[in-house]
Design a binder for this molecule. Structure first.
Ligand code: 0L1
Ligand code: MG
Length: 275
């Protein structure tokens, strides 16, 4: 894709004298940035009043772009579910986004960095459900009852915004920086206390961060329950067999050329990314 072409006219449209934000314009802007591996300034530099509602409207159009490009939704992610991540990014609430088949990296495969702007890696606990799950009051226990298996994973986040500078509404519009992920090979039932499950994150063999599952909203299944409630509010559900990322347990670390990042987990084995 070359220079960005905007077909919908101006950034704003006026209906009956009320100025409306052009969600499609901003979705095109972010999709173009992702496809061209070009960082951009946050939407809020232009749209000071961008709300969370606006962010999710734009995100939905960003996902439409991906579907038009032939991608398939294979799951969902919770983001900013740990205090470590919220403090690092200067925000105070979790968010969600969608993941597609184009984001899968096979375990052991060397990661081609040319498709990323400034990738960072964070360790995740990943759920697969045995049935669809949705509802206004889904609990951690409902999630655990519906869990087919869990595994460890590493998510590559790659904000389309320059220097990862964004507000919460910006990052929502950008599909919560979703970019790629790799899953560990060991699949287990959550028949142990996931809140106590330890995780070490290593960069080139050196431990750079540690956490337990409790870092994710006291228990990672709480993040999945939150996703079920969010989707319920949109008349949707978590789908059986989807890959569900519960959020980075620790802060994320840059993935540079000739770097190996490995997540080592109690009960769940380990998973690594090499670039
Ligand atoms: O935990 C996450 O996956 C959050 C990603 C969004 C914020 C970021 O880019 O760090
Ligand atoms: Mg994440």
């Amino acid at each position: 894709m070359g220079k960005m072409e905007i077909t919908s006219g101006s950034v704003h449209e006026k209906i009956k004298g009320i100025q409306l934000m052009d969600f499609q314009y901003w979705a095109d802007y972010l999709h173009h940035a992702e496809r061209n591996v070009q960082d951009v300034e946050p939407i809020t530099d232009s749209e000071k009043n961008l709300s969370m509602y606006d962010g999710y409207e734009i995100q939905s159009k960003v996902i439409d772009h991906r579907l038009k490009d032939g991608e398939t939704i294979i799951g969902v992610k919770a983001g900013l579910t740990s205090v470590a991540k919220q403090q690092a990014m200067g925000v105070n609430e979790p968010v969600y986004g969608f993941i597609t088949d184009r984001m899968v990296i096979q375990s052991g495969e060397k990661t081609d960095l040319s498709r990323f702007i400034h990738p960072r890696v964070e360790p995740e606990i990943v759920f697969t459900l045995s049935n669809d799950l949705s509802g206004a009051n889904v609990t951690k226990d409902d999630v655990l009852e519906s869990t087919e298996s869990i595994c460890c994973g590493l998510e590559i986040i790659d904000s389309r915004y320059r220097n990862f500078r964004f507000t919460l509404a910006d990052v929502v519009a950008d599909n919560t920086s979703a970019s790629a992920f790799v899953l560990g090979e060991k699949m287990v039932m959550p028949d142990f206390d996931l809140a106590l499950a330890g995780c070490l994150l290593e960069v080139d063999g050196e431990v750079v961060a540690t956490a337990t599952g409790a870092a994710i909203l006291d228990h990672p299944a709480n993040a999945v329950a939150l996703l079920a409630k969010w989707l319920h509010n949109q008349g949707k559900s978590l789908k059986k067999g989807w890959t569900i990322l519960s959020g980075g347990l620790t802060n994320a670390f840059p993935l540079n050329q000739n770097t190996t990042i490995e997540g080592k987990f109690a009960h769940l084995g380990s998973v690594s990314i090499h670039a």
